[in-house]
Design a protein around this ligand. Structure first.
Ligand code: BV8
Length: 238
């Protein structure tokens, strides 16, 4: 077992790590927000106003995620290898709601924006695995009420998940990696500042410089499936 690099690592991933797996990003020119408006599909107000429209948006993405041509890529697998080599030292925080990190075998991860393959009852809060379409006609099998099942996803204006655990990991980490994210969405975009303020070394790995690239000690550009395995090998080589 190689010794960890001498401290804990927090890794933040965004939609860019899943792009080469065939899933759309959000803010690229062909991205999701170029086709639909956040205000129509990714806020609690949108769900209250037109739940079927929101369900259609997530049903389409869920079906895409479960299509047979979708799977983890070399970047997901490289992070799983890093975790396997340094099991107590790596915490992965993903903004993604796909399950590609899990399918690559990653074990310790936080989905701070929720999970597309889970549903939550707006009435009783019950969360369960969900791979089929959601609709307003469905009733919750825990509380029996219908019309309240929603994707277990954090919308704009909602509090991301496990923030206390994330900020305590950022305060303790020696290395913070940001992979495949444009650095536009908060509070995730503020993690680099939190890590740096506690003395961590910060590295960005992205196809192009993110909005927060100047905040990083090092910025590596390229496709994740190329630069992430190379970076992980460099880390493991010591
Ligand atoms: C909240 C789930 C408060 C839904 C998403 C300051 C502080 C706090 C909040 C705010 C603030 N300023 C503004 C806000 C409000 C808002 C916000 O940040 N707005 C932005 C637009 C300005 N934030 C919120 O509302 C958050 N909540 O603050 O709550 C609160 C306080 C108290 C009590 C209650 C509430 C909640 C934000 C979460 C919203 N949900 N996702 C879904 O997925 O449908 S966010 C959405 O953006 C995405 O889902 C994704 O998770 C997130 C980030 O996007 P990225 O992953 O970065 O994707 P993007 O396309 O932008 O970039 C991809 C990158 O990859 C690019 O740079 C590209 O170059 C690169 N790339 C492409 N190909 C490759 C590649 N890299 C490598 N290899 C490749 N091949």
């Amino acid at each position: 077992m190689t010794r960890s690099h001498g401290g804990s690592i927090v890794i933040l991933t965004g939609a860019g790590i899943s792009k080469e797996s065939g899933l759309d990003t959000f803010r690229d020119t062909d991205g999701i927000w170029a086709k639909v408006r956040i205000e129509d599909v990714a806020t609690p107000e949108a769900f209250a106003r037109n739940p079927s429209r929101v369900h259609e948006f997530y049903n389409t993405r869920r079906r895409r995620l479960l299509a047979e041509d979708i799977g983890p890529n070399a970047a997901h697998r490289a992070l799983t290898e890093l975790e396997a080599q340094w099991p107590e030292s790596v915490l992965l925080v993903t903004q993604n709601i796909d399950d590609l990190h899990e399918r690559a075998g990653h074990r310790q991860l936080i989905h701070m924006h929720g999970e597309l393959l889970k549903a939550r009852c707006a009435f009783c809060g019950c969360i369960r695995a969900w791979r089929a379409d959601l609709s307003v006609a469905l009733s919750c099998d825990a509380c029996g009420r219908s019309g309240g099942l929603r994707p277990h996803v954090v919308w704009f204006g909602e509090m991301p998940l496990e923030m206390d655990a994330i900020f305590s990991a950022l305060a303790a980490c020696k290395l913070f990696l940001s992979i495949g994210t444009s650095g536009h969405v908060y509070p995730a975009a503020g993690f680099v500042g939190a890590a740096a303020s506690h003395g961590a070394r910060t590295v960005e790995l992205n196809l192009e410089p993110s909005a927060g690239t100047s905040l990083f000690d090092e910025s590596i550009q390229g496709p994740a499936s190329v630069i992430v395995p190379a970076f992980v090998q460099r880390l493991l080589a010591g």
